[in-house]
Design a protein around this ligand. Sequence first.
Ligand code: C2G
Length: 446
Amino acid sequence: MKRVITYGTFDLFHEGHYNLLKRAKALGDYLIVGVTTEQFDEYRGKVNLTDTLLQRIEHVRQTGFADEIIIEDHVGQKNEDIQRYAIDIFTVGSDWHGAFDSLKSLCEVVYIDRTKDVSTTMLREQNQKIIKLGIVGSGRIAHRFMPEAKRISGINIEAVYNPRIQSAKAFGDAYELNTSTDDWELFLNKIDAVYIASPHNTHYDYIIMALNAGKHVLCEKPMVLKKAQAEEAFALAEKKKLVLMEAIKTAYAPGFIQLLNIANIGSIGRIYDVEACFTKLTSGNVRELRAEENGGSFTELASYPLLAIIKLLGSDYKDLRFESFTDSNGVDIYTKAYFKYNDSLATVKVGLGVKSEGQLIISGTNGYIIVEAPWWKTQGFEVRYEDITRNEKFFYKFLGEGLRYGVIEFASMINRVEKKGYKLTAGDSIAIAGIMERFLDAGRES
Ligand code: C2G
């Protein structure tokens, strides 16, 4: 009996997949089909799947060609499966020609001719409207955004807007965008959604103008520096049935979401304390250090620690105070914020002129969770107990700069009827804006 194995995502199951399975089955007597998990596809750089794993498995099952269906969830698994299932032939479509030659030491490797003119990407484009995205601002963060956002299916970056036309043109040329402009109306006419990557003092006006023009908005952090502005912006988005999302990348990263899950199921008991630190050494005449642009370590960096605190403890704190050291321009270069809740404490530590260990520690009655620096790019964490033999480490993928996770969420929210997510809610962003406002007010009073 000849045993054959093949693998795939089989998203938006189509004729190409059907032909491949039919021909794979014809190569032998028994066919095993490995269907990839979303996590494994994300690891391979395939994001934005349409069908769930169970739907994809069901489509493979319905062809009647698979004698057995397995799940592929990690790199190197093919090597293991071929031995475990005593496979004679490994097969895959010719788009992979040569890619699996290393398996030839274990079994025969056959590349089956791919069916022409049909692919999941083509079908996705027919089914779903591609979101045309425009970028406001063409500075550092916009440059970091581009290589990440370009990988996301379902989104096409169309245009860049900057009131300084030279800067817009240089950016548009570098990334071959269709439109580079200093004309706001022209810019809006080309797009469905905007990513606001301009200095923070300009965010509010752009958000309101974009929402009023019917565009979805993804805005860099800190979204706004006043609670009332955040409330107004989210109310407007809701009224207009548009997505408004703050781009705090950590909130959308798989490792951070899993950290919240593990903390919230009581792994470490009741949470008594959250300590989060983020520092970055910056100098010179840069926006981050300019008083007139609301620079400083708190506005620049505290979004991340505040995210962790609000997600873990909520926003119903009873007391909040700040201690800062400022430079000669009155800009804070080192700040600590102390939160007191009814039954827990939290501390933020941020620095633009002071360097420290960028870790997150969540302390509970049974143990604590430590997320090593840089915790905001959550690649893993450890749950530690009094009895160290129970300690457990968790690892996750955090690809590139991690900006892609926010973009993926943004795209999928736009495609959802109910324009609401849970990873970073309007309430979370409003609470963060409220804390930023209190910090700036405290500075003015002192
Ligand atoms: N395929 C095909 N003809 C098409 C499209 C796809 O023959 N027009 C084949 C692919 O070559 C692959 C299978 O159908 O063998 C599944 O394709 P995908 O769902 O795109 O999965 P893929 O990313 O190719 O997974 O571990 C996963 C495997 O390595 C391949």
